[in-house]
Design a protein around this ligand. Structure first.
Ligand SMILES: [Zn+2]
Length: 255
C-alpha cells in the first residue's frame, strides 16, 4: 500500500512509498501523480486539470500547471511525452514536447519527466547510476510491449542489470471498474482477468507488474498503488467514468 498523499499550498499529489525509487543514494529520486483538488478549472475539469486535449480553457490549465510544479518544487523546465499508445521510448536531455512516444528516459538531474493520464497507469522507474524513466501504460501499450521496451532501453543506456531497476506503478483504473472485451482479455495472463456476469475485468496493474518481472526486475523492486482512478472520484479524473471531457492528472519523476 502506498497511499502516500502529500500537499503544499492547497495542491496535493500521491508519491511512491518513501525511498522506494531512491537507488542513487543522496541524490534522491522523487515521483508524483497529481490529485484533482487545488486548481482553478470548472466542472467537469474541477479543479486541477493538467490536460490540454479535452476542451478545458488553456489559461486554466496553465495556471494549474504553475501551481502544481511550484508545489512540487521541480528543479527546472519539463520534458513532456505526447502519447501515442505505443512502445516508443525517447532518451531526452532537454525540456520540450516529445511527440509520438509513451516513455521517456533521462540522466539529466535538472530535467523532470512528465506525462498525463486518466485511468491509464503511470509507471516510474529508476536505477542506481542515476537514470530515471516514466511510462504511460494502457492496455494497448502493455499488450504491445511498452514495458519491455523501456526496461531494455534503460539497461542499454545505463549499463545496469534489470534486477537493480526499481519501479512504482501509480494509481490507474482498478480491476473492478475495468471491463474489457474478450479480444483484449486474451492478450493478458489469465491471472489478470476475472470473468464476472458475462464480462471480463482486467487487472492492468497486476499485468504491468508481471511484465516488469518478465523484463528482469525482482519482486521487491516493484510496488503498486492500490488506488482506483474510477472509484476515487474525490481524488482523480477518470476517462472511463467521466467520458471524453475528462480532466487529466500529471505524472512527474525528477531528482
Ligand atoms: Zn474502481
Amino acid at each position: 500500500m502506498d497511499e502516500n498523499i502529500r500537499s503544499r499550498g492547497g495542491i496535493a499529489w500521491i508519491s511512491p512509498p518513501d525511498g522506494h525509487l531512491d537507488v542513487s543514494g543522496p541524490t534522491g529520486v522523487r515521483a508524483a501523480l497529481s490529485l484533482r483538488s487545488g486548481g482553478i478549472s470548472d466542472s467537469p475539469f474541477a479543479s486541477l486539470n493538467l490536460g490540454h486535449s479535452a476542451g478545458d480553457a488553456p489559461v486554466s490549465v496553465s495556471e494549474n500547471e504553475r501551481r502544481y510544479t511550484g508545489a512540487l518544487g521541480l528543479p527546472g523546465p519539463i520534458a513532456r511525452a505526447r502519447l501515442a499508445h505505443g512502445r516508443e521510448v525517447r532518451l531526452v536531455n532537454s525540456p520540450g514536447v516529445y511527440a509520438g512516444c509513451d516513455g521517456l528516459l533521462t540522466s539529466n538531474r535538472n530535467l523532470p519527466l512528465w506525462l498525463t493520464v486518466a485511468d491509464c497507469y503511470p509507471i516510474y522507474i529508476s536505477e542506481p547510476g542515476g537514470w530515471i524513466g516514466l511510462l504511460h501504460c494502457g492496455w494497448k501499450g502493455a499488450a504491445g510491449g511498452c514495458i519491455a521496451s523501456i526496461i531494455a532501453r534503460m539497461v542499454e543506456v545505463s549499463g545496469c542489470q534489470p534486477s537493480v531497476i526499481r519501479a512504482w506503478i501509480g494509481p490507474g483504473i482498478g480491476q473492478s471498474c475495468y471491463t474489457v472485451g474478450p479480444d483484449i482479455a486474451a492478450r493478458f495472463p489469465g491471472v489478470c482477468v476475472r470473468a464476472e456476469g458475462g464480462e471480463n475485468r482486467l487487472d492492468l496493474s497486476l499485468a504491468a507488474a508481471i511484465l516488469l518481472l518478465d523484463a528482469g526486475l525482482v519482486p521487491g523492486s516493484v510496488t503498486r498503488s492500490a488506488l482506483c482512478t474510477a472509484c476515487r472520484e474525490d481524488l482523480f479524473f477518470s476517462y472511463r467514468r467521466d467520458g471524453a471531457r475528462s480532466g487529466r492528472m500529471a505524472a512527474v519523476i525528477w531528482k
